[in-house]
Design a protein around this ligand. Structure first.
Ligand code: NG1
Ligand code: MG
Length: 497
């Protein structure tokens, strides 16, 4: 197996190579300060640092869990964990602390054997910072066969704003997994780490898709990723179009935080259920074969595992037709007769471990969004690949992003007033396209602009959005809420500290 299959080791002296866009000196200072806080806190030196980046999704929202391809890129903002391991044979304790210790208090726990590993309490309405650590730790230990995992001292520092749709949770879990592997001297392939991280995120109460973990682990510097989940997980690195004048993506945080774990029963997890219900129903009505996800409906429809824009459009039209009489959603009773399933069968098949709350289940809107969004991803991908089509490319990419936002807002209902307002301001400020990124209901937008317009654009959005809604933000804070991105590196272990 090739070495590149594993998480790369980067020497501390080369960490600036990981960070293309933001001040590299600032990063070096950040790492040095992490190491010195670690030493003061634990009275020992860290052995290594694990880092995994957040991401901005360029296009393909809420379709990963329906099995369709997405197109995100890693950003420089990341989650780093300084780690030392204990050498005493029976010390299997994990101690965690955070640089922001007032907000995130220190915790520790003992290893209680394979069966138990660690208890994760997920109560509705609460999301504890240590749960993400525990989830990653539990996920990887369930996979590895270690009799005695090493005790660990850990100190965490994150630069991804939480609840902003930039995937702080997946970056956290991925860092924990690679840290635990490295601490215990085991090598696991990138694919296995990603799959473990996806399952691990579900311990936190989110019925997670796989985009964030894949992009965090697989990204290559200067490349976005085209990620496919079925028939198997693949991440193809792609260069963003090189055009003249050159383009860049700017992230702007609406500063409306959406804690996805807390809102999962009415938002994220409910959407997962709705797309599954639609797959079951469409599969049944088209082929007498209830499907598990909407990608499977598409495969059966086209007799191939390759997805085509043409077939996605046909399916979107089919959805118009089959739900002609009911575009406003089905009650549980109505679903029961539509699918010919009893209430508890629906519960067991589609809901299970992730509780949801809904008066109506939207099959029409959700499936239509998924098929159309999947076709926009393919169009975006083709535009990135096709060197000959460069004339209107910036406009075309922008239009796809705008259509994506409209669909997230109207069909997937995962936007909010502030995001819609911010998108409008970004477009007025000269963006070719602008859309919510990540799960939505708050969090960030991503906008496509000319690189030469960055300052002008940021000034405009600051004046129209931040100065009005959040007039007390300092200059430093502003730099953290609106910033230009370039495609960053994936996960790494930093050694030789
Ligand atoms: P964020 O923005 O990190 O909550 C979530 C999911 C993705 C994807 C997007 C919507 C997790 C960890 N992440 O992202 O898989 O479904 O929403 O496109 O569940
Ligand atoms: Mg998340």
């Amino acid at each position: 197996m090739m070495d590149t299959e594993f998480i790369p080791n980067v020497k501390f002296s080369s960490i600036s190579e990981i960070y293309p866009e933001i001040n590299q000196l600032e990063q070096i200072t950040r790492y040095k300060s992490l190491i010195s806080v670690f030493e003061k806190l634990y009275n020992r030196k860290p052995k290594f640092i694990a880092r995994s980046p957040g991401r901005v999704n360029l296009i393909g929202e809420h379709i990963d869990y329906a099995g369709f391809g997405v197109l995100p890129m890693a950003i420089s903002r990341d989650l780093i964990i300084a780690v030392d391991i204990t050498n005493e044979e029976n010390d299997m304790k994990v101690r965690i602390a955070n640089i922001l210790n007032e907000k995130y208090p220190s915790k520790s726990w003992e290893y209680e054997g394979k069966e138990k590993i660690v208890e994760i309490k997920v109560e509705e309405g609460v999301s504890e910072w240590e749960n993400y650590f525990k989830s990653g730790y539990k996920g990887i230990l369930q996979h590895l066969s270690l009799d005695k995992p090493k005790g660990m001292y850990c100190l965490v520092d994150g630069s991804i704003p939480p609840g902003a749709g930039l995937s702080s949770s997946a970056a956290y879990i991925c860092s924990v997994i690679i840290a635990t592997c490295f601490a215990n001297d085991v090598k696991v392939t990138k694919t296995k780490i990603t799959e473990t991280a996806i399952i691990a995120e579900r311990f936190t109460g989110m019925n997670a898709g796989g985009m964030d973990q894949t992009v965090s682990i697989f990204s290559l510097k200067d490349h976005a990723s085209y990620i496919k989940f079925l028939p198997s997980l693949t991440a193809t690195p792609i260069k963003l179009p090189s055009v003249n004048p050159s383009i860049v993506f700017v992230v702007a945080n609406s500063l409306i935080t959406s804690d996805k774990v807390v809102t999962a029963p009415t938002n994220y997890n409910l959407r997962v259920v709705e797309t599954k219900l639609a797959a079951y129903h469409l599969g049944k009505s088209l082929f007498n074969n209830p499907c598990e996800n909407l990608k499977q409906v598409c495969d059966l429809y086209s007799n191939s595992e390759e997805v085509s824009i043409e077939n996605l459009i046909k399916l979107s039209n089919y959805v118009d037709n089959i739900y002609k009489e009911n575009q406003e959603g089905f009650t549980l009773d109505e679903l029961s007769s539509l699918l010919n399933l009893k209430h508890d069968e629906i519960n067991n098949k589609f809901i299970g471990k992730f509780p949801i709350r809904a008066n109506k289940f939207q099959l029409y809107k959700r499936s239509k969004h998924v098929f159309e969004e999947a076709s926009r991803v393919l169009k975006f991908y083709e535009l990135c690949l096709n060197e000959d089509k460069r004339e209107n490319i910036v406009k075309e990419l922008g239009n796809l992003m705008n259509e994506s936002h409209k669909s997230c807002k109207e069909l997937f209902n995962c936007s909010c007033d502030e995001l819609d307002e911010l998108v409008k301001i970004c477009l007025d400020g000269g963006a070719f396209g602008s859309r919510l990124t990540g799960a939505g209901w708050g969090g960030c937008t991503v906008s496509l602009i000319y690189e030469s317009d960055i300052d002008k654009f940021i000034r405009y959005v600051t004046e129209k959005y931040y100065n009005i809604k959040f007039p007390n933000l300092s200059k430093d804070e502003l730099e953290n809420v609106i910033f230009a991105t370039s495609p960053g590196c994936g996960a790494a272990i930093i050694t030789n500290l």
